[in-house]
Design a protein around this ligand. Sequence first.
Ligand code: PLP
Length: 434
Amino acid sequence: MSLITPKVNGTYVTATRCEGSYIFDSDGNSWIDGASGSIACSIGHAHPTVVKAMSDACQHTSFVYRTQFSNPEIERLSARLCQKLGYAASFFVNSGSEAVETAIRSAQQYWRERGKATKTRILSRRLSYHGSTIGSLSLSGHWPRRRLAGPLYGEPTQPTPYPYRAANKEGMTAYGIACANELERELQQLDADNIAAFILEPIIGASGAAIVPPAEYIQRIRNICDRYNLLLIADEVLTGLGRTGRWLAMEHFGVKADLVCLGKGLNAGYFPISAVLFSSDVYDHIANGSGSFELGHTHSNHPIGAAVGNAVLDVLEQEQLVERAEWHGEGLKFTLQELCSKHTIVGEVRGEGMLIGIELVDPTNWNNPFPVELSAAIQATQIAFESGLVIYPSSGFAGVLGGDAIIIAPPFNIPEQATKQLIDKVDGTLRTLS
Ligand code: PLP
């Protein structure tokens, strides 16, 4: 009987211990977790506050079913998230994909409750990743992952601002507005009476490696959603709860979404819990309409997941880790920019906070993307792994817009010494790759 698990060099690596920013195997090998797992372990591994909270939760309320019981941890987590992030209500599920599915269904239900049952379709962007379930993948502009699935329900149609590859780098404001105006153009062609919402990742993660749009883009998108009666869904599964140096990445742009998906940052990799936050407008129309939210899974509101969420918030607040993600991330990005300026294979180092993307380009022609089967990002990830560093590849978007990149996204509390090791290993990886 086989466990299906990724192979590295033909052998399975079995992690036997994780601590702080390090992962160990039974042969004494260790890795710096430069990608926080899959950009999840924001507070590092085996944090004693979370370990204790999980253990306590297991002992007093390991599980109750949400249709019959609430539990104190989930009530506290909901109140804290809503108060901190400025939302009226929350709903808890288990993965990022489920959070996106829940947001889609909530948007559809919202319009149904308002007597506009035809407003069901969700628009999305050609460079994006929203999850691996059929609904969330259908919205995703992640072509390598789409290729493996199907049939899917529709395709993303909207452009994703990609400043590095923009034709005119001088006019970022105009570029951002022009990208957003494509949404208005599509809404004029389609019937907005059939569209429920527009979904975006404020800063791109898996599908493009920390691409930050001009603020005017997000601001204009908000304005268009308001004028055409669309809900705006912010998929902050990867960015939410501090990754970009803000509690929500949307704060960088001064824009508030109607529905927010949280995942990796909420569970920090300890237990599968994710959430959707509802604005008071969305919540009130459903609560004062049918009064019944047509959502839920067996493990929704899980008490252990809730205890983890509360403990993660405790650690973020007490150790001021969102603030640290901002300043430490800024320092790390600056150092990597300096370092990468001597590697001709690097086109750009970008990102916010502890979400840093390194775009890899063909040194002979930056405009020439690596072919999917020869992905420089996958090669870099393997080289880094062999040198004891975990990074995250973002590859194959070459086929759509041109681009191949790696993500550096360590835990917010990675110590200085481990940060130096990480930088040296990135340097070594790029040297081997060139
Ligand atoms: N949304 C975003 C922005 C993501 O980055 C991801 C995962 O990478 C998901 C959704 C899906 O989350 P999960 O893998 O937990 O289902």
